[in-house]
Design a protein around this ligand. Structure first.
Ligand SMILES: Nc1ncnc2c1ncn2[C@@H]1O[C@H](COP(=O)(O)OP(=O)(O)O)[C@@H](O)[C@H]1O
Ligand SMILES: [Mg+2]
Length: 311
């Protein structure tokens, strides 16, 4: 996005009263904790080295971003973790597995104009991933887009043989082309999400630092356990990502400490602060890492990518 487009989007948000036109509060230098200091999770912040470049690519590690609660940062985290991993030279495929198509829209795709999507890949034999994969504006970052048609997939999948393994099966031809496949799940624990968990090696659970965030997590963990027992013995809980954190409120700090109490080391050191810059990027149709590369949000997702690469 050009500087003038950037300014135009900023102005629109300022007009709507959505942002303070002065520099964003999250751009304060202390918004991202520095190594040596205490981080928001109550652990000292570890310095992480830049990931080493890769000479070979694949096979992909498949990670599902999953939480049946909506609005917790699944899509935002899929886009920005993906873009950050691509920034470190990894080949990344993002799978939009939510009929709302927010992941596709967030990467600038007009979803209503797509003639083929993930839906066709799941249900039409003869459709291959390469027929559907789109390049994004970020080098090394590809997208399997979806749109509202995907909402009809569950009823059709029910009649398929090995219905839970459908996504895993259709992704197989491209597994060697990528280092990471990130699946943006829909806010439910239905058959599409079970397909994502069956195709995945790991699950990242974004958790909003809000009072009700832990509600429903027991059910999610239970579902992950069931999928591990019955369908995918290799499935791991990759990590818990605290999102929409506001260090200025006691409430935010209390919720985060409860999350750390509940999940210990599974909680990433990286915590994503609440900032209006993320909704801005949705309008801009690009990741925060390219829209505002030096913002605290971009730095945070790059740190998350380093953690994912080091686990
Ligand atoms: N860290 C954040 N701070 C403020 N707003 C955020 C943050 N992360 C995401 N958002 C916004 O919150 C809304 C929901 O986020 P999204 O990633 O779409 O959640 P989900 O995919 O879990 O429904 C979007 O409008 C998004 O721009
Ligand atoms: Mg979403």
């Amino acid at each position: 996005m050009s500087t003038s487009q950037h300014a135009a989007v900023q102005a629109t948000f300022a007009d709507a009263g959505l942002i303070d036109p002065s520099p964003a509060a999250d751009d304060r230098a202390d918004a991202v904790p520095a190594p040596g200091r205490m981080g928001p999770t109550g652990r000292p912040v570890r310095a992480r080295r830049e990931p080493a470049p890769l000479t070979d690519h694949g096979p992909a590690r498949v990670i599902a971003l999953c939480n049946q609660k909506g609005g917790v940062g699944k899509t935002t985290s899929t886009i920005n973790l993906g873009a950050s991993l691509a920034g470190f030279g990894r080949r990344v495929l993002l799978v939009d597995f939510d009929p709302q198509g927010a992941l596709s829209v967030g990467l600038g795709v007009s979803t209503h104009q797509l003639d083929r999507t993930v839906y066709n890949l799941l249900l039409d034999t003869g459709t291959a991933p390469d027929d559907i994969i789109l390049k994004t504006n970020v080098a090394g970052l590809d997208l399997l887009p979806s749109n509202i048609e995907l909402s009809g997939a569950e009823v059709h999948l029910v009649n398929e043989v090995a219905r839970e393994q459908t996504l895993q099966r259709v992704l197989r031809p491209v597994m060697d082309d990528y280092d990471f496949v990130l699946i943006d799940c829909q806010p439910s624990l239905g058959l599409l999400t079970i397909n994502a968990l069956t195709a995945a090696h790991g699950v990242i659970v974004p958790l909003e630092c809000e009072y009700f965030s832990l509600r429903g997590v027991a059910l999610l963990i239970d579902t992950i356990d069931k999928v591990r027992q019955r369908l995918n013995p290799d499935l791991e809980l990759e990590g818990i990502l605290a999102t929409m954190y506001d260090a200025r409120t006691l409430h935010g700090r209390e919720v985060l400490s409860r999350v750390v109490e509940a999940f210990g080391d599974r909680v990433y050191d990286t915590v994503i602060n609440r900032t209006v810059r993320f909704p801005e990027t949705t309008v801009a149709g690009e990741p925060i890492t390219t829209w505002a590369p030096s913002s605290a949000g971009a730095v945070a997702y790059r740190n998350l990518a380093k953690e994912v690469l080091s686990r």
